[in-house]
Unconditional design. Structure first.
Length: 620
């Protein structure tokens, strides 16, 4: 602790000298609150997303001895050999490590729960450090506490670090935070290395942040075009991007990702990263003095990369998932997070978009404020990055967490500039009320207060919406799933796509499909089976080796079945009608499912019989 000349404690010196210690202490406090708030979710293994459930299954398979490079899930569609997951094992490592660490003390079941609770909070520490570094470099060494408070108000971002959110999004956001810190770093070699390594790690995890990685590379190239002195930053960036991507591919690319696929770090994108990094390295060595020459060389390099990609990998010019038009129409276009923000209600879109807009404004103000200092170049990079992230919301609303994270620096700048101005005014109302109002607006925290006064979207099907939410919750509960284990021996259950990952995590049973594009055939078969006729259902189920049919009435996915085929097989099952080759299985009272054993020995044209329907979820 540093004291002033008079021996008094100096807060500004303390925040500057020991910022890392205090940042980590802040992180510990947030983690403690998260654990307290989500303790019930941890104890009930309430993995809220299909990806989180699939991640745990991937970790379990690794710990059970499945090959490092074998990412096939053998519990979904087992009759056809399972299906491949396009992720890497990089994010599996901290979860698996925590399970192994805790297992001797609390047993496997509790170790899994606490690993899933703790693991998502680890990248939050990296994110906080990245955010703190950025504002220390661009605003002031003591500005980082404001940035961390603003970060806490980024609800979409913070949800990615909550206990049980074990999928890869938190780690990729951490890479993004460090990327921004690298762009803001005045030390060119260190900044270039930070951006290159962060981008390589993010791409090794998955391609979700590919547009942001590309934008970071473009910003580094533009900085070099503007200032030849930035050649060192670009040189180190090119080396670390190419080398880091190559190392990530060698260590983590699965057997299936050795093929020329477009949805992961495969030879396709590895080639792009090596070529791009190599070209930038070469340009940094040339480093002509004339700015226009540098611009021309940069444009030629960019055109060479784009042209080479189109020539050698034309199959990747469309959507990276590479799904068929039929699968896109039936399934992918119905994914809510893949829709642009303007296709969502104002009530849900406003809290997501408020801070990115403020961050863009704040970055613009900061560029003007620090236009005569060295920080202006860093602010220009951050402002460009923030505007790009905001524009991404017009493509897909899933860009919300990244857009909010990138807005923290601009928001902090507004607070740092305007609040002191308010505090210097002679009127107490301006000093007190004005400062609070400015902070609430500049930090985006006002959105939570304003949203209740926004016009509400008409919801004519409120009862139906309530039933869907109820079914989504009840059919995924641990207590509900365990009823299936008690009712029947381990079997292959034909059930909904979105229920598949949860089924294999919580029971001994196997499913047919999960919401993953490499599982496209099974997804289509499930949809066709439920929207077709009873006669069409049985051969599809038989081809996948299904022994039972499991239905969760009112699950969100079932609304798609009803909309696409009002007279389809699923709709016929809802009032209790079923072919005689479906034999009802009695479940415990309160079970939210309907379960039938499929009898393949009976003829296809067996008469339809009526069975007493099970009560829908939430009803006695």
């Amino acid at each position: 602790m540093k004291l002033g000349k008079d021996g008094a404690f100096r807060l500004d010196d303390e925040l500057d000298r020991h910022w890392l210690n205090w940042s980590l202490l802040f992180w510990v406090a947030v983690c403690a609150w998260f654990v307290w708030d989500r303790h019930g979710n941890i104890q009930w293994l309430a993995l809220g997303d299909t990806d989180d459930n699939m991640r745990l299954m991937q970790v379990r398979a690794l710990l059970a001895g499945q090959g490092w490079y074998d990412l096939t899930n053998y519990r979904l569609d087992p009759a056809l050999g399972g299906f491949n997951i396009h992720w890497s094992r990089l994010v599996d490592l901290p979860i698996a490590g925590l399970i192994l660490l805790l297992q001797p003390f609390i047993g496997t079941a509790q170790a899994e729960k606490w690993a899933c609770g703790i693991a998502p909070m680890l990248p939050l520490a990296v994110t906080m450090i990245g955010v703190a570094l950025t504002v220390r470099r661009l605003i002031a060494p003591q500005a980082w506490p404001i940035a961390l408070v603003v970060l806490m108000g980024c609800t979409s971002t913070m949800m990615m670090f909550a206990p049980m959110r074990i999928d890869h999004h938190g780690w990729q956001l951490a890479c993004l935070a460090m990327t921004v810190a690298g762009l803001a770093d005045p030390r060119r070699a260190r900044g270039g290395a930070t951006v290159g390594i962060s981008s390589a790690v993010s791409l090794t995890i998955g391609l979700e942040m590919l547009p942001y990685c590309a934008m970071a590379g473009a910003i580094i190239a533009l900085r070099w075009v503007w200032d030849a002195g930035d050649a060192r930053r670009m040189q180190v960036y090119g080396i670390t991007l190419a080398g880091g991507s190559g190392l990530g591919f060698a260590l983590f690319a699965s057997d299936a990702n050795q093929a020329m696929r477009c949805d992961a770090l495969t030879p396709v994108w590895l080639s792009v990263m090596i070529a791009g990094g190599g070209l930038l390295f070469a340009l940094s060595l040339l480093n002509p003095a004339n700015r226009w020459v540098r611009l021309g060389l940069g444009a030629v390099a960019g055109a060479a990369i784009a042209g080479g990609f189109a020539w050698f990998f034309p199959q990747c010019l469309g959507r990276p998932e590479g799904v068929s038009d039929e699968l896109q129409q039936v399934w992918l276009n119905n994914v809510r997070e893949a829709r642009p923000i303007y296709r969502h209600s104002l009530e849900s879109a406003f809290p997501i978009a408020a801070l990115p807009v403020i961050g863009i404004i704040g970055a613009g103000v900061a560029i003007w404020r620090w236009r005569k200092s060295q920080a202006v170049v860093g602010w220009a990079a951050v402002g460009l990055f923030t505007a790009f992230a905001g524009a991404m919301l017009l493509w897909q609303v899933r860009a919300g967490p990244a857009a909010q994270l990138l807005s923290v620096a601009g928001s902090t700048a507004l607070v740092w500039i305007v609040v002191p101005w308010c505090l210097r005014q002679k009127w107490m109302a301006v000093r007190v009320i004005g400062s609070v109002a400015v902070f609430l607006v500049a930090s985006g925290l006002f959105a939570g207060y304003v949203i209740k006064y926004l016009p509400k979207e008409a919801k004519p099907a409120a009862r139906s919406s309530s039933a869907v939410n109820n079914a989504n919750a009840m059919c995924a509960r641990m207590t509900s799933m365990r009823m299936l284990d008690r009712a029947i021996p381990p079997s292959i259950l034909f059930t909904h796509v979105d229920l598949g990952p949860r089924l294999i995590v919580m029971t001994r049973h196997s499913g047919i499909a999960g919401p993953y594009h490499r599982n496209g055939r099974a997804i289509l078969d499930v949809h066709k089976a439920f929207t077709g006729t009873a006669a069409q259902f049985r051969p599809i189920a038989k081809a996948h080796g299904a022994q039972y049919l499991l239905v969760c009435p009112n699950l969100a996915e079932t609304t798609v079945y009803r909309a696409r085929s009002p007279q389809g097989f699923y709709t016929m099952l809802r009032p209790g009608k079923a072919p005689s080759w479906l034999i009802p299985v009695k479940l415990p009272e309160g079970a939210p499912y309907r379960l039938w054993k499929i009898d393949y020995s009976m003829p296809d044209d067996a008469p339809v019989v009526r069975h007493q329907p099970a009560p829908p979820p939430g009803r006695p």
